[in-house]
Design a protein around this ligand. Structure first.
Ligand code: HEC
Ligand code: HEC
Length: 219
């Protein structure tokens, strides 16, 4: 374990003990089952420092979770976990791997339902290049036929809203995060979707940047 992982592991244990007693009390007090309330408690205790409580992430490197499809978010949490027999998790991210290690399945369900119920936000974008969004829109809507890149709208929908449980919403996502994911699919550090790995392998850095900027501005 490197130093960062150790710090996270230690923080995680402390958080989980604290969170466990907090949840027990909260449930006692309410004595009713309210999953969204419980989900909000998990968010407030564990996720808040990066994803915020209203899911408006605090930095553009952290994805905005607000309004994202709950089933998709749940699957991603599973994909950050190292599964028995596997060398690496399907999504390689030390921070999120440490986070999911302390969550029960019920915690995951509740917290994703909570975040999915939050209001979507407009994403944070770079706009280093003024023409970037024009190129991004072209690829998003029409793909790049010479390179065999399909239009993103084919799966993620004309407004980038995706489709629950199949295709994630891209609209309004922070551009640095989208950029990092397309690079992760290309570099095979995110291997949870073959179609996305093939698509990303055909995109240049400039095309990825352009798509990420366009997507952040989509509403
Ligand atoms: C220390 C910062 C940090 C904390 C705390 C944190 N996350 Fe994350 N989260 C990240 C980063 C960074 C990523 C992007 C990972 C990547 O590049 O694959 C991420 C990605 C995710 C994703 C994937 C989103 C997508 O669109 O695919 C989900 C879901 C998620 N986090 C949920 C949570 C939940 C739920 C909690 C609390 C239990 C949490 N995170 C706590 C930093 C954090
Ligand atoms: C054949 C269907 C399909 C097409 C076409 C497609 N995608 Fe995807 N995309 C998916 C699926 C399915 C996922 C979810 C993968 C998973 O479960 O992690 C995804 C995930 C993503 C993600 C990660 C979202 C997140 O929150 O982490 C990004 C970014 C993305 N796609 C961008 C694009 C872009 C840009 C294009 C067009 C160049 C595109 N996709 C075209 C199916 C598609």
């Amino acid at each position: 374990m490197d130093r960062i992982s150790k710090i996270f592991a230690a923080t995680s244990i402390a958080l989980s003990i604290f969170a466990a007693s907090f949840f027990a009390k909260a449930t006692d007090m309410l004595s009713i089952k309210s999953d969204l309330k419980r989900g909000q408690a998990v968010a407030a205790q564990v996720c808040v420092s990066c994803h915020a409580i209203d899911a408006k992430s605090l930095s553009e490197v952290y994805p905005s979770l607000a309004g994202q499809h709950a089933d998709y978010l749940y699957q991603q949490l599973k994909d950050f976990q190292l599964q028995p027999g596997a060398q690496e998790p399907q999504r390689n991210n030390k921070i999120m791997e440490a986070m999911v290690a302390i969550l029960s399945d019920q915690d995951m369900r509740d917290v994703v339902d909570y975040y999915a119920s939050q209001k979507e936000q407009r994403g944070l974008a770079h706009h280093d290049n003024p023409n970037s969004s024009i190129l991004g829109e072209k690829i998003f809507r029409g793909g790049i036929s010479q390179k065999g890149v399909p239009a993103c709208v084919a799966c993620h929908g004309p407004d980038g809203g995706g489709m629950p449980s199949q295709y994630p919403r891209l609209r309004g996502q922070n551009s640095a995060y989208t950029q990092a994911q397309l690079i992760a699919f290309r570099d095979e550090t995110r291997v949870n979707n073959v179609a996305m790995q093939v698509i990303a392998s055909r995109l240049s850095d400039d095309e990825i940047m352009a798509l990420a900027d366009y997507i952040a501005d989509l509403r």
